[in-house]
Design a protein around this ligand. Structure first.
Ligand SMILES: [Zn+2]
Length: 649
């Protein structure tokens, strides 16, 4: 399997660029061959031929995107600026080719998987404007929108490098542990660098209220001035997305986006968010009363600090006391990989001889229970300048069992790299992140679809978070938890009372966490529904606040998880009008989770794992995804399942 992994040590950006350019040309020739085929359209000469086209581009593109997000930096930024308009134009060439569209219209097939693929292709053509009266204008809009998204993406990456609080008096760092301080140390000050969310992790431990407030302030106001100002870009971008929706014959961008999704439409998204948001707000107000007992003049910046104290009071532990029991390697081997072994029989063996794109990247060989190769798994866990924020899964190569192609799948995170020889001790949130991203990885590894187009995580984006959110449940399973949560020095298991507290903590703090998410998701919807959009940069912050106030969901104590000026999901592309998708997918994940819990041993069995793999994880988009969901649970999802999962009922 070693020959599958690209040799990053010899790869140059020039070569990647050349491969992408040649790959596009190659694929356009393949499309042209299908479009001009004089024979009547058949599944083989149209659907299969198109599905198999573009292998070179896929491979080079996957390498490029992996480097652009995991390495970043000026050179890759410049290449991205150059390639994105070309790639957009490339995909337009396909989606606006009426000859191909008409060939699909003539196809039908008795095989349900093939029939569904035909329907999905036709839907994609129609969603992207095959019937649009002014295709030239559409092309111009598509190119400009992609340029703006790239620019926003790069400014937000720069914000992540630059945004933070400079502290010159060490006394102001009270509450931060030595390792964290050392990480922030610069020549003449300490620089508390902001993570991508509005509310900062360090607010939960910084003892000086002034410092907490200053930190939150720099966080929520980023992107409003200077070279990383994104406001004007956002104004133009949302206007153009709206214009394009009208050109396509839809009322707004949200409606266009939801065409291929599993949610019925924008109203359903808004209803779900508002229902969950109101339940969350009620919990926030209850929690705020408790926090005011600890801090009468409570502000948003103080919430995490006092929530931490309240957690200690109510659950008997504070977040920091858990850390010695949450060491990265142990969590991976005895937690994330162990749970996957119990459910699916797979094993992961580290291959220190294999190299990724950076010395910190680790490579594992993945095998089925019977020893059959399943692919390679790469982990790139440490933060560094230039790397995108947050955590994600990506694929260097997709699974396609029919042709013997094995997947190469990556998980990225942004943990602060410890000093040499020191263990990396994580927070509870980080643990859930590791399980979450590996859930995406499993979706990729188990893919077994006839067509590449519908493989693995190529499902609607409001479905793609189901396997990942579901996989978080195993972090809490007592058998898994007692295995990985061990003291990094003594190997002692997490004491029983702390363990019980962790299990019980799942619903703690969910009012705040849910509301900050719902607020961001509704801001994303507001920018993409019918109505009046801002035309001036300085209207951006007010627009968000007013949108939430109209729904009675603006809350002074709960900053939205992202304000627009650093909301990469919605303005850098990928989750535009689609940030709701996490919540919709969670309604589905919550139902599947309840199904697991009803099985023997809380679902941690090969039998339950196989059912999920067979009916859902292996299916990709080879049938309507909600059919896969129903095949496991036997029912439909509702907001109530999320409220139960989050302990908000
Ligand atoms: Zn995810």
């Amino acid at each position: 399997m070693t020959n599958l992994l690209p040799d990053f040590s010899t790869l140059t950006l020039d070569q990647i660029e050349a491969d992408i350019l040649a790959g596009m040309e190659e694929q356009r020739a393949q499309w042209e061959e299908v479009a001009t085929n004089p024979e009547a359209p058949t599944v083989a000469n149209t659907l299969v031929a198109l599905d198999e086209s573009g292998a070179r581009l896929d491979r080079a593109g996957a390498i490029f995107w992996t480097l652009a997000s995991s390495i970043g930096g000026d050179e890759l930024d410049r290449l991205q600026e150059k390639l994105v308009p070309l790639l957009t134009e490339h995909s337009n060439t396909y989606l606006l080719d009426e000859r191909l569209y008409r060939r699909f219209l003539e196809l039908s097939d008795p095989d349900p998987q093939t029939q569904w693929e035909i329907a999905e292709q036709i839907r994609a053509f129609e969603q992207h404007g095959i019937a649009c009266p002014d295709k030239e204008q559409l092309r111009r809009l598509n190119v400009r929108i992609a340029e703006l998204e790239t620019e926003v993406d790069q400014r937000i990456s720069k914000q992540l490098e630059e945004t933070g609080l400079s502290v010159t008096d060490e006394a102001e760092l009270a509450g931060l542990d030595e390792a964290t301080r050392a990480g922030y140390r610069r020549d003449h000050d300490w620089f508390i660098r902001c993570r991508n969310f509005s509310t900062q992790l360090d607010q939960s431990v910084l003892e000086e209220p002034r410092v907490r407030r200053a930190l939150l302030e720099v966080s929520v106001t980023r992107g409003r001035t200077g070279a990383t100002d994104t406001r004007a870009l956002i104004v133009e971008l949302t206007q153009l997305r709206s214009e394009r929706a009208h050109l396509l014959g839809f009322p707004d961008h949200a409606t266009v986006v939801m065409q291929g999704e599993t949610i019925p439409g924008p109203d359903a998204a808004q209803d779900l968010l508002v229902e969950v948001g109101r339940a969350a707000r009620a919990r926030v107000d209850e929690d705020a009363q408790k926090l005011r007992q600890l801090c009468p003049d409570l502000e948003a910046a103080d919430w995490p600090f006092y929530e931490n104290q309240l957690r200690a009071q109510e659950l008997g532990f504070d977040a920091e006391s858990l850390r010695p029991y949450l060491e990265l390697n142990r969590i991976l081997t005895d937690g994330v990989f162990y749970a996957a072994n119990r459910l699916y029989g797979i094993t992961l063996t580290e291959r220190p001889d294999l190299r990724g794109w950076h010395e910190d990247v680790r490579v594992w060989e993945v095998k089925e229970e019977d020893g059959t190769a399943l692919g390679l798994f790469l982990g790139d866990y440490f933060t560094r300048p230039g790397k995108s924020g947050g955590a994600w899964m990506s694929e260097l190569q997709e699974a396609h069992p029919a042709s013997g192609q094995l997947p190469i799948i990556t998980n990225d995170a942004n943990f602060t790299k410890p000093a040499p020889g020191q263990p990396l001790l994580l927070t509870w949130d980080d643990v859930e992140t590791l399980f979450h991203e590996f859930g995406h990885a499993l979706h990729g590894f188990f893919s077994d679809t006839k067509y590449r187009d519908s493989a693995g995580t190529n499902v609607p984006r409001d479905f793609v978070e189901l396997p990942s959110q579901l996989n978080e449940m195993w972090a809490f399973h007592p058998e898994v938890l007692s295995r990985y949560a061990r003291h990094y020095q003594t190997g002692e298991p997490l004491p029983a009372d702390l363990l019980a507290a962790v299990v019980g903590s799942k619903s703690f703090g969910q009012g705040f966490a849910t509301l900050e998410y719902v607020e961001a998701a509704l801001i994303d919807q507001a920018w993409h529904r019918e109505g009046t959009l801002p035309t001036e940069a300085d209207q951006v912050p007010t627009f968000e606040v007013e949108a939430l106030e109209r729904l009675d969901l603006w809350h002074d104590l709960v900053p939205p998880r992202y304000r627009s000026t650093y909301f990469a999901h919605t303005f850098a592309g990928g989750y535009d009008a689609g940030y709701y998708a996490y919540m919709w997918a969670e309604t589905l994940a919550a139902e599947v989770e309840e199904w697991f819990r009803a099985q023997p041993n809380g679902g941690l069995t090969r039998e339950a794992g196989e059912k999920l793999r067979r009916e859902l994880l292996s299916r990709g988009n080879s049938r309507p995804p909600l059919d896969s969901f129903r095949a496991v649970t036997g029912k439909d999802a509702s907001a109530q399942s999320v409220l139960r999962r989050r302990g908000l009922v």
